[in-house]
Ligand binder design. Structure first.
Ligand code: CA
Length: 233
């Protein structure tokens, strides 16, 4: 299947869910390691250096967030968070701690595999991050970082400084969900009551200028109540 070079660690105490994920991943050629507890997961993580971690947030011994905190001390490995909770704040804090993406239970096979592939691509980009490109391209969108210019299908798009900064920031974190607060801190430095609204207004203007109609997620997806994600293909 060609995926067998990738080693994926599943940290999940619910045996049914863990087996379900393991079966899907193995059927698609991934090599799978499992742990049912957070501490055990961290041990397997440091001894086996997986290419991706699928992490449940509600673990019996420690919160999954603690796994992210400790893993991020030494590693940029993509972490895909599983959350049974529909509470946005759990996803947001996991993402702000350094998780790459999340899946809300229950989820289907296609969604899981798509998220896994996307997260593994993010890591491949990181490997090449030492030689930063002066351009970014996805679909027919082109960002020229040196000139601070954006074009769609060869036509120049006129963005304000703030709009450009937001788009450039997202393009440097493709495939990863960037939370409202992460974007706001990067663009404006700090957060206040009106920040999210201000960001949403800027995003709406960016999308309009890029030629996206409402609901058109060609370049940037709107992760409702959480943040935005720039696509990488
Ligand atoms: Ca659990």
């Amino acid at each position: 299947m060609g995926n067998n070079k990738y080693k994926i660690l599943i940290v999940e105490d619910d045996h049914n869910i863990a087996s379900f994920i393991q079966a899907i991943l193995e059927a698609n050629g991934y090599q799978v390691l499992t742990a049912e507890r957070c501490r055990q997961g961290l041990l397997v993580f440091s001894s086996h250096m997986p290419d991706l971690v699928v992490l449940d947030l509600g673990l019996p011994d420690m919160d999954g967030e603690e796994f992210i905190r400790q893993a991020r001390l030494s590693s940029t490995v993509p972490i895909l968070v599983l959350s049974a909770r529909t509470d946005e704040s759990d996803k947001v804090s996991a993402l702000d701690l350094g998780a790459n993406d999340y899946i809300t239970k229950p989820f289907g096979t296609a969604e899981l595999l798509a998220r896994v592939r996307a997260a593994l691509r993010v890591n491949r980009h990181n490997v090449h991050a030492a030689a930063p490109s002066s351009q970014f391209a996805v679909d027919d969108l082109l960002i020229d970082y040196d000139r601070r210019q954006v074009s769609v299908a060869g036509s120049r798009v006129h963005l304000t400084q703030t709009e450009y900064n937001i788009l450039a920031f997202l393009s440097q974190h493709t495939g990863k969900v960037m939370t409202y607060s992460a974007i706001i801190r990067a663009i404006w430095g700090s957060m206040d009551d009106g920040s999210i609204k201000k960001l949403q207004v800027n995003m709406a203007n960016i999308r309009k200028k890029l030629g996206c109609r409402p609901g058109d997620n060609r370049y940037v997806t709107n992760e409702l109540g959480v943040g935005y994600r720039m696509l990488d293909e």
